[in-house]
Design a protein around this ligand. Structure first.
Ligand SMILES: Cc1ncc(COP(=O)(O)O)c(C=O)c1O
Length: 399
């Protein structure tokens, strides 16, 4: 037997969803297909110029920032986040010991799993979910218990369906609203109170992944979990610059919450990395201290795109209800197509039309029957994508 091979834990994981989609896209490009890429949630618009300017200026004129950073985040970064959390959500987060800088929230979430979970522990994960919520658990050698997100429940988990034996064995619960991939939001604060109560009762770390808190539409405003009583005792909240400020490639985020809950992640990371680069942290400071106008405008762009695609798809018989936030549309395939399966449908759509979507199954078993559309291209291209999907749908119907 070959000794030099990947670990059993890694082997158990399927190839990362976007690695598979990227391979299909590569084939399409090689065939000179005009690809409209609505697969990955990779913002198409540039980072606002005041943030870029701050980065350039810092790198050029502040040579100290080229050195190793302060792993937990420089004091100015943590103070700015604390001020922003107060202004935005009205919650007090101690800058000194309740904030940890991250190299993007994906990094933080994956490492949190390793910092907390033992082999055989359970984590409660929504299905469908942003893949690192379940893959992080599996990489830590632990087990996931799926909380189905069903349309009839507005894509919220039903805590009463979790067997008490599983709840007792579970150490972490992941929640993410506004949600990727379903684009659902929490309309009724009772849900947050219930989740806190459930986690307290069962002694579970509640992880709120709030990557899309700023990308909401109309008068919907997403809360922080810390707005609700008792959350500080059991919850951590992850934030990201990636989507709010079109900084996905910059790799910057933070986690906040009580010191005793952050501490295991801080310790774990101290053996692995040196934290987010100082010049990035200062760019993050510029982002959070700057005017909120660019964020509002960005949300309006996504809202406009969402409406265009939702209306267009519904006319074709796809189920794509309008959303109140995120940069995604979660669309059900027309019933006559569903039996083929979402991966095969998305593969065919890409091969035949050049439109790349993310198959729902890639986000979990309850994602089957759906596809996620990332709203990350110019308005004109959405029109083209709709024309191609129309042709694809008509052909599938006539088969
Ligand atoms: C729900 C959710 N959490 C976290 C992330 C990762 O964000 P970051 O770029 O900060 O690692 C994403 C990215 O798509 C996401 O959708």
């Amino acid at each position: 037997m070959l000794k030099i091979q990947s670990s059993k834990t890694l082997e158990k994981l399927p190839p990362y969803l976007f690695t598979r989609i990227n391979a299909l896209k590569k084939q399409a490009y090689e065939k000179k297909l005009d690809v409209i890429d609505l697969g990955m949630g990779n913002p198409d618009l540039p980072t606002p110029s005041h943030i870029v300017d701050r980065l350039c200026d810092t790198i050029k004129h502040h040579k100290n920032t080229h050195r190793y950073p302060q792993a937990k985040g420089m004091p100015k970064y943590r103070k700015t986040i604390s001020d922003w959390m107060l202004k935005r959500f009205g919650v007090h987060i101690e800058p000194e010991n309740e904030i940890l800088a991250l190299i993007g929230s994906k990094e933080g979430i994956a490492h949190l799993c390793m910092a907390y979970l033992n082999i055989g522990d359970y984590a409660l994960v929504c299905d469908p979910a942003y893949p690192v919520h379940f893959n992080g658990v599996l990489l830590a050698g632990a087990k996931t218990y799926s909380m189905p997100l069903l349309e009839k429940n507005n894509f919220l988990p039903d805590f009463s369906k979790i067997p008490s034996k599983i709840a007792q064995k579970s150490k972490i619960m992941f929640l993410n609203y506004p949600n990727n991939p379903t684009a659902a939001v929490v309309d009724d604060n009772k849900f947050w109170l219930e989740s806190i109560k459930f986690c307290k009762k069962n002694n579970i770390l509640l992880v709120s992944d709030n990557a899309y808190s700023e990308l909401t539409f109309g008068d919907y405003i997403a809360p922080s979990i810390f707005e609700f009583p008792g959350a500080k005792d059991i919850a951590l909240e992850f934030h990201s610059f990636s989507k709010t400020f079109n900084m996905a490639g910059w790799r910057l985020g933070w986690v906040c919450g009580a010191q005793k809950l952050i501490q295991p992640l801080e310790k774990f990371k101290s053996f692995l990395d040196y934290g987010a680069p100082t010049f990035m942290q200062l760019a993050g400071v510029a982002a959070l201290q700057g005017s909120n106008l660019c964020v509002k405008e960005l949300a309006q762009v996504y809202e406009r795109r969402m409406k265009k695609m939702s209306l267009g798809l519904q006319k074709l018989g796809w189920k794509a209800p309008q959303t109140k936030g995120t940069m995604y549309l979660w669309t059900g395939f027309p019933d006559f197509m569903k039996k083929e399966g979402s991966f095969s449908l998305c593969e065919k759509l890409l091969k035949e039309t050049g439109v790349a979507l993310s198959p729902g199954i890639g986000f979990g078993k309850y994602g089957e029957g759906y596809a996620r559309i990332s709203l990350v291209t110019h308005d004109r291209r959405f029109h083209d994508a709709l024309l191609r999907i129309e042709k694809f749908t008509k052909e599938a119907k006539s088969e």
